[in-house]
Design a protein around this ligand. Structure first.
Ligand SMILES: Nc1ncnc2c1ncn2[C@@H]1O[C@H](COP(=O)(O)OP(=O)(O)OP(=O)(O)O)[C@@H](O)[C@H]1O
Ligand SMILES: [Mg+2]
Length: 439
């Protein structure tokens, strides 16, 4: 079933000059920007925590965007801190602040000359990745703002890629949420098609799980990331009058900020869910290992296909393994299947990432997260929770985890912290963490 459409913002939206401006920009893409879905009723605060932030649409100029960012920050404040503080979170660094104080999505206009300048003529040294859409570069605009420039070449494209490009820009132009990569603008020039988006500086979730970056993700950080992703996808699913199905939720599409805040990227495969119908029937797309089996069978896409992919992501977060691990022995190759078996056999701890050490609080969180994953991975959509419900459950798990960790002598200091601070993160050496603790 489709998530209910959020209430329309009403006259307050239309009176707001920034909203009007954003609406005008949205109309360039054939649609008006959405009012923010209201989750306040469903995401009630637990007594000891701030409420989870509702999906937020910032329809504002730079200055009011800053104000909005401040209020968003305060909502997240209890669980955020400096990058160097590891799980100590709460303060956005200056770079992040700059990123948030940008003009509204889609409002920036670029010339090809500026893109060439920003990327030093698409210098190899500024290349940060390559994906289905094309090549991604780190760019610096004339005012010093750092952006990610996604470049596709018309020459390389066929109709399929063209449709994906159009899809991506339409989505991005209308989307604005702290946990979604922000869209700044796009450009078509001769055979070049360029998208300029927020640069997210700290690599992908997959890279972090692979310990490509120096530090590794502790359980508190993984829980926060899961919640960030749940918020972002809830926002997409509750998008006013046109729910958006991401269709490619996976760890390499989760980008991390320096504070380990997650931002969901890559809406190239996203399609608007049709209003008033229970599914969108279209060509099967997505990434092996994350694909909803029901969608594969029926080609009928609903928000619950994202929930399935999110279930795979939860298993990935807890186990550290990729969804498909071809080099492992047969019964361990399909990670969700293997992890769910361990969970069902009462042996969830065997699915724990070797980079995480066991403790009562970790084991409790692991069990509960795998239980949620189990629900998300239900064979049919009816058995799966909504994304909003996933966010609620994760909030409750985090609350219990923090409470238990605070009285857990075996947990690491970052896990014991109830609220953010700026303590230095403990250097962790992978492989030294699997100390079994008898409870
Ligand atoms: N906004 C961004 N900020 C920083 N790095 C980015 C950004 N977008 C993409 N990247 C980097 O570029 C790489 C390629 O991204 P891209 O989205 O083109 O492909 P992908 O996600 O790896 O694969 P797929 O096409 O299957 O989604 C990413 O893995 C990431 O390392
Ligand atoms: Mg991507």
């Amino acid at each position: 079933m489709l998530a209910p459409a959020a209430p329309v913002g009403g006259s307050s939206v239309s009176r707001n000059p920034f909203s009007r401006a954003a609406r005008a920009i949205g109309s360039c893409f054939g649609r008006r920007p959405p009012p923010p879905p209201d989750l306040s009723e469903d995401l009630k605060p637990s007594p000891s925590e701030q409420p989870p932030p509702p999906p937020k649409t910032v329809l504002s100029s730079s200055s009011s965007s800053s104000a909005s960012s401040t209020s968003t920050r305060s909502m997240y404040g209890s669980s955020r801190g400096s990058a160097k503080g590891g799980s100590g979170r709460g303060i956005l660094n200056s770079r992040e602040f700059v990123a948030q104080a940008q003009p509204q999505p889609g409002s920036m206009r670029f010339s090809m000359a500026e893109i060439h300048r920003a990327t030093k003529n698409f210098s190899q040294t500024l290349k940060i990745g390559h994906g289905g859409f094309g090549t991604v570069y780190r760019g610096t605009l004339h005012d010093g703002m750092v952006v990610a420039v996604k470049r596709a070449k018309k020459g390389d494209s066929n109709n399929h890629l063209g449709a994906e490009f159009q899809s991506e820009i339409k989505m991005l132009a209308r989307i604005d949420h702290l946990n979604l990569v922000r869209f700044y603008g796009y450009l078509e020039h001769e055979d070049e098609r360029i998208i300029v988006v927020e640069y997210v500086p700290n690599g992908t979730l997959r890279e972090h799980l692979d310990c490509v970056h120096r530090s590794h993700l502790d359980l508190a950080a993984r829980l926060d990331i899961a919640i960030d992703v749940a918020h972002a996808v809830t926002y997409l699913h509750m998008y006013t009058d046109h729910p958006i199905i991401h269709r490619d939720i996976k760890s390499s599409n989760i980008l991390l900020t320096e504070n380990l805040r997650a931002k969901v990227a890559d809406f190239g495969l996203a399609r608007l869910g049709a209003t008033g119908v229970a599914h969108v029937s279209t060509q099967v797309k997505g990434t092996a290992g994350y694909l909803d089996p029901e969608y594969l069978r029926t080609c009928q896409l609903t928000e619950k296909s994202d929930v399935y992919s999110f279930g795979v992501l939860l298993v990935e977060l807890m186990s550290g393994r990729r969804p498909i691990e071809p080099k492992r022995e047969r019964k361990e190759r399909i990670t969700p299947k293997w992890a769910m078996k361990k969970f069902m056999d009462g042996d969830a701890v065997q699915a724990l990432d070797p980079n995480l050490s066991e403790s009562p609080s970790t084991n409790m969180a692991l069990e509960k997260i795998l239980e949620l994953a189990f629900q998300c991975l239900a064979p049919t959509k009816e058995g799966r929770p909504s994304m909003r419900k996933c966010a609620e459950i994760l909030w409750s798990i985090r609350k219990d985890y923090r409470e238990l960790a605070s009285s857990d002598p075996f947990s690491r200091p970052s896990d014991r912290r109830k609220h953010s601070d700026n303590e230095e993160k403990m250097p962790i050496k992978p492989g030294k963490l699997r100390t079994r603790i008898v409870t």
